[in-house]
Design a binder for this molecule. Structure first.
Ligand SMILES: [Cu+2]
Length: 235
């Protein structure tokens, strides 16, 4: 079978477009903000990478037989251009990153200063060697290594550690926050897609660190209410 250069090129373009255009519904507002930043930066990085690689390939080809290279001459205009272009790109990356960092779901302290607080389901998180305990506001019940939250609800995790430094990491929901003993930390999210998400401790915290995982279960409001009722009813 003959594979034409044309078909290879078409396939490469198709894969590239599919990668860029695949609409992956973000599972939380945190995740949406992070994914959007990634895509934005990708649109800047890809053309730059192609540009640099093309120049590299061109230089290799153009000067392949050059046994007597001449030193390059000063070119102030060119130097000013590439310095300015680099500065513009860095400012763009810095500003885009700043706006995601100050998102009130990624930096809860920013929520307080921007006045964006509002209703929030507050769940206490205790991290310890080696596990997680979650205490819910609706009743005096706790769960271990399994955090259940309702979808489309602002959730605030008030976290403390009973021993060493741990870090709550839920990649699927875009949550990552270190937890220092004696210094409660806050993480926030609003999950938008029901399902189960892996939870890890992202801070090496002792010999049981690798086992310090769990699951975050996002339920629709009805299922969550029913689940709370079964938890708090007397046995
Ligand atoms: Cu840990």
């Amino acid at each position: 079978m003959r594979v034409t250069r044309h078909s290879v090129r078409l396939a490469a373009i198709a894969v590239f477009v599919a990668l860029l255009a695949t609409p992956v519904a973000a599972q939380s507002v945190n995740r949406a903000a992070i994914d959007e930043l990634n895509t934005q930066l990708l649109y800047v990085a890809l053309p730059l990478t192609l540009f640099v690689e093309l120049i590299l390939v061109y230089a290799i080809y153009r000067f392949r037989d050059n046994d007597d290279p001449k030193p390059t001459a000063d070119d102030p205009a060119l130097e000013i251009t590439w310095t300015t272009a680099t500065a513009v790109i860095l400012v763009f990356v810095g500003v885009s990153g700043y706006f995601v960092l100050t998102n009130p779901f990624l930096t809860p302290a920013a929520a307080a200063s921007s006045g964006e607080t509002g209703e929030s389901l507050e769940i206490e998180v205790d991290a310890y060697q080696w596990g997680w305990e979650f205490t819910y506001p609706e009743g005096d019940f706790t769960t271990k290594n399994r955090l259940v939250i309702p979808e489309n609800t602002n959730v605030t995790l008030v976290m403390s550690s009973s021993d060493v430094i741990h870090s709550l990491y839920v990649p699927g929901l875009g949550i990552k926050q270190d937890i220092f003993p004696g210094q409660p930390q806050v993480a926030r999210t609003r999950a938008t897609v029901p399902g189960e998400y892996d939870l890890y401790c992202a801070e090496l915290c002792g010999s049981g660190h690798s086992r310090m995982g769990g699951t975050v279960v996002v339920m629709n409001q009805t299922a969550y209410d029913e689940w709370v009722a079964t938890q708090s009813s007397p046995q």
